[in-house]
Design a protein around this ligand. Structure first.
Ligand SMILES: *Cc1c(COP(=O)(O)O)cnc(C)c1O
Ligand SMILES: [Zn+2]
Length: 442
């Protein structure tokens, strides 16, 4: 299967920054090499992202051979209450927790009994992994935290990215704290909340007249040009490192369930990276003996207005046909998802599915989650909760099994999605008669 990485086929596979010399290899902990997902070709760790043999995406290959299961479990449990408790399983140096970083992760796994009742799920079986609790209020802090360690190792001085909004904020914040210049690129018409929450950290924020896929193409050009020399693009030339951050969601979910695998997970899809790396993380826990090996199902969630993977899944195709996004779920609006084919593989291999919901269902799901569990999700969370509901109605998701639905961002960033649907119950004069007239008395 050919990888659909537009970035890998249009840009130089090497960066102009000097790669670390082989006599003095970079220290990225257990990360041993980069390995091609398609052909297995291995290259030394460096700021490269596409295979020189077949243009397939590179990912981190580890050497975990020194670990003994119980020692590793104890080491993790004694670690900090953030993603660095899993440093032995990530491409970061052992002393990572002591470096200036925004230290995301260890977000709440909420047992969602009220939502379960509404959706017809057995009480005690439904959980929301609430990643709105990260420093910049989305899951993107996890991936940026990894990328920044790689940027340090490769001596980049500027951090950059193409972003649908959340990544821009995460890069801005992490760069500010770690002392990097940041210059990030977003579609010019993003939600006001996303723009403010990216700009406030003081880095350069550039709006591109076009959609995310145009922004991404532009970044690929910049990487091959002297204008982008010395720049680490977290989701392009640092993508192999960046992507590993999503594994921490898998680790946390299992540890928070008492070192058990959930039976079913509902995960949003933008580029598909998060979903594929959560699967990778679960597989690693099984191989390391940290959880019991048993089947689990992975379900992918998209918005109907940007549903290239869901369409391919339902049609039984291996190839993902690009779409032009048109949905309120802008953080998921990637019309040409790089990891789309891998998402299809994982959904099919695990017996899961990929489903989509329309914008109205997204808004209803945001309100349902807020009104049952007190969690205000951004549109991406509306997509996963909405898809979970639809999958239960379809009979694809078993309501009697342990299910984890991801909320990957904070509703404060996408207020517009629900603004027209919410407001004051009443406006009254400051006296009891007026209160009673409004029909609010007990
Ligand atoms: C980026 C993002 C995702 C997932 O992105 P992938 O590209 O699929 O890894 C999910 N939710 C939110 C809110 C995001 O910002
Ligand atoms: Zn290859």
């Amino acid at each position: 299967m050919a990888a659909q990485t537009d970035v890998s086929t249009t840009a130089d596979t090497t960066n102009t920054v000097t790669s670390p010399d082989s006599a003095n290899p970079v220290d990225l902990g257990p990360a041993a090499a980069l390995s091609c997902r398609e052909c297995g070709h291995r290259v030394p760790l460096g700021p490269v992202f596409a295979c020189e043999e077949c243009f397939g995406p590179l990912e981190i290959a580890y050497d975990f051979s020194a670990y003994e299961t119980e020692d590793l479990r104890k080491r993790i449990e004694a670690g900090p209450a953030n993603i660095w408790r899993y440093a032995p399983l990530l491409p970061v140096p052992a002393d990572v927790a002591e470096k200036p970083n925004i230290n995301p992760g260890w977000t709440k796994l909420v047992q969602a009994d009220n939502l379960a009742r509404e959706l017809g799920v057995t009480p005690g079986k439904l959980f929301v992994k609430d990643d709105s609790g990260n420093p910049t209020h989305s899951f993107k802090d996890r991936v940026v935290a990894q990328a920044i360690e790689a940027a340090r190792a490769f001596n980049f001085t500027t951090l950059s990215c193409s972003s649908t909004g959340n990544l821009a904020g995460a890069v801005g914040a992490a760069a500010a704290r770690a002392g990097f210049r940041s210059c990030v690129f977003i579609p010019h018409d993003l939600e006001q909340g996303k723009i403010v929450m990216a700009a406030v950290y003081g880095g350069e924020l550039v709006g591109i007249e076009g959609n995310y896929d145009d922004v991404n193409r532009f970044c690929s050009e910049l990487i091959g040009d002297p204008a982008g020399e010395g720049w680490g693009f977290v989701n392009v030339n640092l993508r192999p490192y960046y992507a590993e951050g999503s594994k921490t969601l898998a680790y946390e979910i299992c540890e928070q369930l008492g070192w058990r695998l959930p039976d079913q997970l509902v995960i949003p899809i933008a580029s598909g990276s998060q979903l594929t790396k959560i699967d990778k993380g679960l597989q690693e826990l099984i191989k390391l003996g940290l959880v019991e090996d048993k089947p689990y199902k992975i379900f992918g969630a998209q918005a109907e207005g940007c549903s290239p993977v869901s369409v391919a899944f339902k049609a039984g195709h291996d190839v993902v046909r690009p779409q032009k996004p048109n949905t309120i779920a802008k953080s998921l609006a990637i019309g040409n998802p790089a990891d789309g084919p891998y998402v299809l593989d994982i959904a099919r291999r695990t017996g899961g599915a990929v489903e989509d919901v329309n914008d109205e269902q997204v808004v209803d799901a945001i309100k349902l989650l807020a009104q049952t569990e007190g969690i205000f999700a951004e549109t991406a969370g509306g997509v996963t909760v909405g898809v979970a509901k639809k999958l239960i109605e379809n009979g694809l998701l078993d309501p009697t099994l342990t299910t984890v639905v991801l909320n990957t961002g904070d509703g404060l960033k996408t207020l517009d999605a629900v603004a027209s649907d919410t407001g004051l119950t009443a406006t009254i004069r400051p006296n009891l008669d007026s209160f009673r007239e409004a029909g609010l008395a007990s």
